[in-house]
Design a protein around this ligand. Structure first.
Ligand code: G1P
Length: 292
């Protein structure tokens, strides 16, 4: 049974300040939808039904975005603005439920995931990092592929992509024993390390922010000690799991945009804006005419 996905949204968004001073970074737009909506839609496409937000004070607008806005909806209905009404009503995809829990202190990703343990119960679950917006480029979604692989072989799945060697210290890095990864395929993981020094990384395969995890990880997180950056790291709990069961690195085919930083957010807006029916032509004209 795989129906719940944890999305930790308690981060402060320091990399996109001052834009994220009074609104959550997850509410910054990629074209006409906030970043978090793109991520929730990806979860819905992969078959998840319950979104567990791990949140904090000051980020209530995320929950409001996925709730009804009666006044607005009534006004749009009265004015027969059907397309807009649909867009507003479907900000939360049909059949999806949002549950929120709080992370009372910023102790790291592993701690955030553990804050949702009582909602997850005894089920296996997924984790999605909300900064990462994935453009599947018309292919079957990478996240759906991970779900399929998990359902077939029962192994935990971690989405990865190759990054420049000099950037490996920004990510969790997996060790697949030197095996060459093929996009759209998986490989057994031998080890992993959170933000290794550049000269000590076992590979350049970085954890992208999509995970499918056996319930056992929750148990392991309870005793995981602070690691890189003094935080309780999900990577460390997953490494412990590796001594008990197999896990796979799934090499993504799509393109990932890190919308938690300024360049990534702009790139996502450019890429999605060039595809959106309402903005594609204007964007293309602008890029063609303007001398940069
Ligand atoms: C987290 C994870 C890391 C992963 C990264 C992807 O780190 O701990 O393993 O590679 O997200 O963005 P953070 O960016 O929260 O420091």
């Amino acid at each position: 049974m795989l129906s719940k996905v944890i999305i930790p949204v308690a981060g402060l968004g320091t990399r996109v300040l001052p834009a994220s001073k009074a609104i959550p970074k997850e509410m910054l737009p990629v074209v006409d939808k906030p970043v978090i909506q793109h991520v929730v839609e990806e979860a819905a496409r992969a078959g998840f039904r319950q979104i567990v937000l791990v949140t904090r004070s000051g980020k209530e607008s995320i929950e409001n975005h996925f709730d009804a806005n009666y006044e607005l909806e009534q006004m749009l209905a009265l004015k027969n603005k059907t397309a807009l009404l649909n867009a507003v009503e479907n900000s939360l995809p049909k059949g999806i439920e949002v549950i929120s829990v709080r992370q009372p202190s910023a102790k790291g990703l592993g701690h955030a995931v553990l804050c949702a343990a009582h909602v997850i119960g005894s089920e296996d679950f997924a984790v999605m990092l909300p900064d990462m917006v994935i453009d599947d480029e018309g292919l079957a979604s990478d996240f759906s592929e991970m779900v399929k692989r998990y359902q077939k072989n029962g192994s935990g799945q971690i989405m990865v992509e190759g990054v420049p060697q000099e950037h490996v210290d920004r990510y969790g890095i997996v060790d697949c024993g030197g095996q060459q990864l093929t996009a759209g395929a998986g490989a057994p993981i031998h080890g992993m390390v959170e933000k290794p020094p550049v000269d000590q990384a076992p590979s350049n395969q970085a954890i992208v922010g999509r995970y499918i995890l056996p319930n056992r990880v929750m148990e392991l997180l309870k005793t995981t000690q602070p690691g890189a950056g003094g935080e309780i790291q999900l990577t460390d709990a997953m490494l412990e799991l590796l001594s008990e069961s197999t896990m796979e690195a799934y090499s993504m085919r799509g393109t990932v945009y890190d919308c938690g930083n300024k360049a990534g957010l702009l790139q996502a807006n450019l890429a999605f804006g060039l595809k959106h029916p309402e903005t594609a032509d204007a964007m293309r004209d602008f890029l063609a005419k303007k001398q940069f």
